[in-house]
Write a protein that binds this ligand. Structure first.
Ligand SMILES: Cc1cc2nc3c(=O)[nH]c(=O)nc-3n(C[C@H](O)[C@H](O)[C@H](O)COP(=O)(O)O)c2cc1C
Length: 199
């Protein structure tokens, strides 16, 4: 039997008692990517919490193949912001960037592990009243002849064998963005027990 989740969910405005006062749901309902930051620096305690969140992320077989580089020097952030021609310039105006790296010699699924760690940092930032945005590095180019990954390796003295997954730009948000309304969620991409073609 094929179930359409739209038939199961009472209405897009329905708030389940399971969601009410649940800090995780409150967090993800408000979560958005932030690219505009205040000049305000981030307190050391909050940076410590972000680092702890990254290190608490799960990894395949517990191999923890990630490495994190915390960048808070503005001249370095400006250089990192130029890692690729699009989608990274806002890092120059962020007070903090966390470069998430992965070691393929430690785990064959280090990309998944580094992605999860990037997400943990993104959500931890939100929980601390900070905004953040993922900047994709893996498979992106700095120039047609140089990868974004190689550009950053030169800048931060990262060994050749290490992969760079992302940079998470973090800071106090300069503007409030509303979370996505529940009615916009793509429930038609969810099916029970078998794949369901979209109409
Ligand atoms: C894997 C991944 C790569 C992303 N890369 C970039 C990027 O390079 N630059 C950028 O500005 N945003 C990037 N984003 C943020 C997305 O653009 C953003 O999550 C998406 O537009 C949805 O907006 P929201 O996060 O506000 O819901 C990335 C997000 C993910 C998950």
């Amino acid at each position: 039997m094929q179930c359409n989740p739209r038939e199961i969910l009472i209405s897009p405005d329905f708030v389940s008692p399971l969601e009410e006062k649940n800090i995780f749901y409150e967090l993800i309902k408000q979560r958005r990517s932030t690219r505009k930051f205040k000049k305000q620096p981030i307190e050391k305690e909050k940076i410590d919490q972000l680092i702890e969140a990254a290190l608490r992320s799960p990894s395949s077989k517990g191999f923890n193949p990630w490495r994190f580089i915390i960048v808070n020097r503005s001249e370095l952030l400006e250089k990192l912001a130029a890692a690729k021609p699009h989608g990274s310039s806002f890092l120059a105006r962020a007070p903090l960037g966390i470069v998430v790296c992965a070691d393929p010699l430690v785990s064959d699924v280090c990309i998944e592990d580094a992605s999860i760690a990037s997400t943990f940092i993104h959500l931890a930032a939100q929980s601390l009243g900070l905004g953040s945005c993922w900047i994709q590095i893996r498979k992106r180019n700095h120039t047609p002849s140089k990868s974004a990954d190689n550009y950053i390796k030169d800048l931060l003295h990262i060994p050749d064998n290490i992969m760079i997954e992302s940079i998470i730009a973090i800071g106090y948000p300069d503007a409030v963005k509303k979370g996505h309304p529940k009615r916009n969620l793509e429930y038609d991409k969810v099916s029970f027990n078998r794949f369901s073609a979209k109409d």
